[in-house]
Design a protein around this ligand. Structure first.
Ligand code: Q9C
Ligand code: ZN
Length: 758
């Protein structure tokens, strides 16, 4: 299933006809800049292009009053002076003779997108529209918005498709008060918005944009506001807001559809937002949302006024929708104090309505929570506090002396296709462009004919050289058996393919008895063949290899230990949560904050002996870990794992959405206790774990992660950041296409046909 891109060039017609400094930023070039860049990158060609239609009077009437719709209709025939006079009756609005047509196309584009996704024609999509919608109200235009495109799409999804739970994520930098007003008493629409607020001193200056506006009546708890009280919020702040606020609620809500009010004025360089998030951040936000609602994500453009930043951010969003791995995030992943205060106050305001926020609210107040009094370092190995070197602080830019250069993020190449004329009907338009080159390889010891792989996932035949495999196996008793050696040879070959960028992700199988040793070898090989920082998520009974250096290059995270323990900041163990709710809070509250903070360039996820993970849980974990390391994730399975498990992992690693887990249970008290304990231990070092304010104290291992300056002084300008990023992006090696017949190359062995679920 593909990605829809809904557009109509008529939407470039509306423009400001007089002088108005407030409105001049909303201009036609916003659409052309975004679309041109999508074409240049070959992204538009990979989408199902849909030509926008106009929304009908009835459809507009789903959220707007008939009087307001006819008022806007009448602007078509007004002269410039009358248009200006009418515009002056609203806040930050201009009308143009084409406004009614454009605004109907913008709303219609959203409807087409939702129809395409909900009928299964596509998995997800983006509508590139003007005018935007989220400020528009039942009977009022506001903030460049005429009809509320996203709200109309939500009402339509309820009415025409019978949906019961819709999540709206408004990542535009302004508060979409229009959407809030339209659904504030409606529990079937969960509305999340973050916005520049500055304690009420930023437009639209509303008291109801604050965190304590949580909805009314039946809708209490279904409005979630995250006000930013400072400018300069960046990647770490945005990701933290998703992990610690939006996603816990979203999983608990279990939406059937995700609508995104995708404004890019929250990106770096935007004159309105004054924020610092780089375009890549939107690939991550999109990627994180794709684990919800079976991946049914419909994004619609709202704001975004810095053309370069807008165009890049739109490309990142579309890339993520297409399933491409997200480029690693740049910069220190340390949320700022002001962001943490905002996230904490929104969590506190929502806690009465959401189980996922209740048990774990304030650490230390939880019954039986073992927090070492005032000493975050107590309980750690004293030996480790001495010889752990700090994590490199600017990971993606410099290679420390004497170390292998950092891995460059791989990614699928895009075969440039000739631009096709815009087709008209949905069926005519089912001309999906060729999928990108191989992302995922599966290396199985005994190829299993019952394993159904997606058509572009290849089954690897190749193996590392025998002598080399034996040399790696030699220190390990469990690797002497022939079966273990064969599996190791295949794994090494796959890992090398990943490290040289031939393939993005993979799955390797190993005999159960050899799991620990094989993982040990994979780590050593990864570290000696170019990985700077390796994240290892080990499920089940797998201990940290004893010979693994404590140099901060490996973050070892065991899920399935007997007890929660943080033996160092790079050696963490936690029991496998017993409930789905606990599993979710473990991923969102521990695994991903550590992973995003660590910024690995290679991820190993091992399902070892007794891992106890069900397919959908394993798929969710793998899908979310794919956001790290440019998607360079190697999953290790035991060879007697079910073909279903291998199949589901292959699908998420190539970029498909994991199945939705359904209504989530609460975390058990033990799950909560383990998480709270580890947070207490690790928060001082891993700032991405923080959900509450903690006093700054001396760090047990020295300044491993330097604090970001609170004053935001000395920040790199948007232009510089956008420029430094682009050449770097061009240097990325396009993974050479895998030639099936090349000697020793990966062999294509499609097994059966892949049928998407549902
Ligand atoms: N400098 C959208 O992004 N002007 N609308 C605010 C503060 C109005 C923004 C003035 C901004 C409207 C869709
Ligand atoms: Zn905006």
């Amino acid at each position: 299933m593909g990605t829809a891109l809904v557009y109509h060039e008529d939407m470039t017609a509306t423009r400001l006809l007089w002088d108005d400094p407030e409105c001049e930023i909303e201009r036609p070039e916003r659409l052309t800049a975004a679309l041109d860049r999508l074409r240049q990158r070959g992204l538009e060609q990979r989408c199902l292009r849909l030509s926008a239609r106009e929304a009908s009077k009835e459809e507009l009437g789903l959220v707007h009053s008939p009087e307001y719709v006819s008022l806007v209709r009448k602007t078509q025939v007004l002269g410039e002076e009358e248009l200006q006079a009418l515009s002056g009756q609203f806040d930050a609005i201009y009308f143009h003779p084409s406004t009614f047509h454009c605004a109907r196309l913008a709303a219609g584009a959203g409807l087409q997108l939702v129809d395409a996704v909900l009928t299964g024609a596509v998995q997800n999509g983006l509508a590139l529209v003007r005018p935007p919608g989220h400020h528009s109200q039942r009977a009022a235009a506001n903030g460049f918005c005429v009809f509320n495109n996203v709200a109309i799409a939500a009402a339509h999804a309820k009415q025409k498709h019978g949906l019961h739970r819709i999540l709206i994520v408004d990542w535009d930098v302004h508060h979409g008060q229009g959407i809030q007003y339209l659904f504030e008493d409606d529990p079937s629409v969960l509305y999340f918005s973050w916005h520049r607020y500055e304690h009420g001193r930023f437009w639209p200056f509303l008291r109801e944009s604050d965190a304590d506006a949580v909805g009314r009546g039946q809708g209490l708890g279904f409005t979630v506001n995250l006000p930013w009280n400072q400018v300069g919020m960046g990647n770490a702040d945005y990701v933290a807001a998703f992990l610690h606020l939006l996603l816990p609620l979203a999983f608990e809500f279990d939406p059937e559809l995700v609508l995104v009010s995708a404004g890019f004025d929250s990106a770096i360089g935007d004159p309105e937002g004054q924020m610092q998030a780089t375009p890549e951040c939107f690939a991550h936000l999109t990627h994180l949302l794709q684990v919800l609602a079976g991946g049914r994500v419909c994004a619609m453009l709202e704001g975004g006024y810095h053309l370069e930043s807008l165009a890049e951010s739109v490309c990142m969003t579309v890339q993520a929708l297409l399933g491409d791995p997200a480029p690693p995030l740049s910069g220190l992943m340390v949320p700022c104090q002001s962001a943490l205060e905002s996230i904490q106050s929104a969590r506190a305001a929502q806690a009465p309505y959401w189980k996922s926020l209740q048990l774990q609210g304030q650490c230390g107040q939880v019954l039986g929570c073992r927090i070492p009094p005032q000493a975050p370092c107590s309980g750690y190995d004293s030996e480790l506090s001495l010889d752990v070197t700090p994590v490199p602080t600017s990971p993606s830019t410099h290679s420390p002396e004497g170390r292998p250069p950092p891995l460059l993020p791989g990614g699928p190449t895009c075969k440039a296709a000739a631009p096709a004329p815009a087709p008209s009907s949905l069926l005519d338009q089912l001309c999906l462009c060729p999928a990108p080159s191989v992302r995922t390889t599966v290396a199985l010891t005994a190829p299993d004919i019952t394993l159904v792989l997606p058509p572009d996932v290849i089954q690897q035949e190749g193996s590392a050289l025998r002598e080399e495999t034996e040399a790696w196996a030699r220190p390990h008793e469990s690797l002497v058996r022939e079966e273990a050696l064969t599996a190791l040879g295949k794994l090494l070959y796959l890992l090398d393919g990943m490290l040289d960028g031939q393939v993005n992700s993979g799955i390797a199988a190993t005999p159960a008895s050899a799991a620990a040793a094989t993982l040990d070898v994979a780590i050593q090989r990864g570290l000696s063949h170019g990985a700077q920082r390796l994240l290892c998520v080990a499920l089940g009974q797998l201990d940290r290899p004893p010979d693994l250096a404590h140099d901060g290059r490996t973050l070892w995270l065991n899920i399935g230990g007997k007890e929660a323990a943080a033996l160092s900041m790079f050696h963490v163990a936690t029991p496998l949560p017993v409930m789905t709710g606990g599993f979710l809070s473990c991923i969102l509250g521990l695994v991903l904050p550590l992973a995003y903070g660590f910024q690995p360039d290679l991820v190993l996820v091992a399902l070892g002996p007794g891992h106890g993970l069900q397919g959908p849980h394993a798929a969710l974990l793998a899908a979310m870990l794919r956001g790290l390391a440019g998607g360079r994730v190697l999953a290790l399975l035991e060879e007697d794992s079910t073909p279903q498990l291998a199949g589901i992992l292959a699908r998420v690693l190539r970029g498909e959405a994991p199945p939705s887990l359904g209504p989530s249970s609460v975390a058990s008290p033990e799950d909560v206790q383990a998480l709270m304990y580890l947070r207490g231990q690790l928060e001082p070092q891993w700032k991405m774990l923080q959900v509450r304010l903690i006093a700054e104290g001396p760090l047990p291992w020295g300044p491993a992660l330097p604090q970001r300056s609170v004053g935001r002084a000395g920040q790199v300008s948007a232009e510089n950041q956008l420029q430094c990023r682009r050449p770097a992006a061009r240097l990325l090696p396009a993974p050479p296409p895998v030639v099936p017949s090349s000697p020793g190359g990966l062999k294509s062995a499609k097994v059966g046909a892949f049928t998407p679920q549902k």
